[in-house]
Ligand binder design. Sequence first.
Ligand SMILES: [Zn+2]
Length: 631
Amino acid sequence: MYAEEVATMAGRIRDEDVALVRERTSIAEVISDTVTLRSAGGGNLKGLCPFHDEKSPSFNVSPARNVFYCFGCGVGGDAIKFLMDAEHLSFIDSVERLAARAGIQLRYVESDHTTPRARPQQGQRQRLVAAHAAAVEFYRAQLTTAGARPAREFLAQRGFDRAAAERYGCGFAPDGWDLLTKHLRQQGFTHDELVTAGLSRPARSGSLIDRFRRRLLWPIRDLTGDVIGFGARKLFDDDDGPKYLNTPETPIYKKSHVLYGIDQAKREIAKQGKVVVVEGYTDVMACHLAGVPTAVATCGTAFGADHIGVLRRLLMDTDAVAGEIIFTFDGDAAGQKAALRAFDDDQRFVGRTFIAVSPDNMDPCELRLAKGDLAVRDLVARREPLVDFALRHVISRHDLDTVDGRVEAMRRAAPLVAKIKDREKRPEYVRKLAGDLGMEIEPVQRAVLAAGNAPPSGRGAEATSRPARAEPVVDSPQAMVEREALKLALQEPVLAGPMFDAVEAPDYRHPVHVVVREAIAAAGGAAAAAGGAVWIESVRDACADLAARALVGELAVEPLRIDGEPDPRYVSITMARVQWGSVTSRIKDLKSRIQRINPVNNKDEYFAAFGELLSLEQHARALREQAAGGL
Ligand SMILES: [Zn+2]
């Protein structure tokens, strides 16, 4: 798949060098830059796939084989392929990036000849990143000049000393039309490269001018630390541009994905399992310096689904998505609304979302200046669950001194409580809501129950949650053993096939497991399968819904719950235990039916049911023996 692309390049990297790059690259390290990986057993690692949206990890990395593969969407390959797909790099760009990382000097050949080229031809991304690196140095040097005094003062007034400015690479775009452009042209960057990078733009005269002038600059880095753009703050009153100006969309700068500070924060985010979302560059700096190293900010855009995706892959540190996202707000209504909306379509995150509203409408930067580092840490520590925040928000819009106001507030708030996914928390929130409204618990409880039965309605704050999707339940022994049976069929079809196929879908209790069981049948049954990726794919294709498809990817790689190799005895025990649940529940149903049948008036029905019960009980005895280990 690369050969075609390599052949079309004017000059290409020598094959031996590409091979060397592959050999010297740790795929786990490369992928860990953007995806948090954890052990998947057997020396393998897994995480949330960066190529498709998923809630449980089906993205697998095998360090031993130096490859990755996603069972959810089927993307896979080596480290070069990963960078190509994940960062939209060309083949050459990817190899160059990995070579730089591994300290390998690449040699290039003309496509027609075998003589090494004198000057390496770099890929576009590499060139744009190099242009930004040169621009950072240029702007940094400018920050010490006389003209940059307002920029230095701006930083100093916000509590940032020289060391802080250096840590974040702050710079100054000087007063001049094309100082940076000229500087970069001298360094060999072309007209097109500077325009594509967003660093320069064509003036009406046709000549190139600098995009940023007379502004304080923050370099914006991607997860790997490469500078991909700038944020620019207005300093002068006669500057009639907007307060903040950002790099426009470029091949390397996508504002919907960009998070300022992520390069410095990512390790702490993964380690602490939490991220603090603030609103500006100075807030990120203030938080980091105050001892909240997990702070990031969006750049010139609202926090959205793509940002969630980036963070979710970093937060993936345990079996469930367990990370906390904490939004800080200075009490401004627009920001609050954005937070409430941000998780509209990601119900699972609602319970993980917290709001920290700073006192006196101060942002973290102002708070640090006014009250010190401790106050910033305290702001984050005093975060409030999104649900509590939303309830307060809804209630505050009503006059609780009147009966009508209290009833209306209750009607508005009840749907929020009804949609709390964690059912065990609901009674607690009912009590809390009743207390906040100054009402008895019973009417509030009734309102919540009614709201839970009614179809969801309303938008905005009231629509922060939607009905939860059906998810595989793994907390019961029955669910556990069903998973194990499906894993055997997917991973060991040759061994488990005949016994697995003998137990049909109705014996599975959990809806998503039933769908997977049906898909295995539709794919021809486990007994006829040879196993491997082709088998998994055909089962995935046969799945009737997305949840089942995702589950197949997961089960295909989840280690079996047995030490050592599975054997026929293990399969037999597992399949007996799968049926045990349905047989015992059928016995229970039957017994209750027999009790309700009048044996005098419905003699035939009574004896038929009784006969069925006897044979089921016999089946149950056999299963119990089988489950105990007899074949
Ligand atoms: Zn995937």
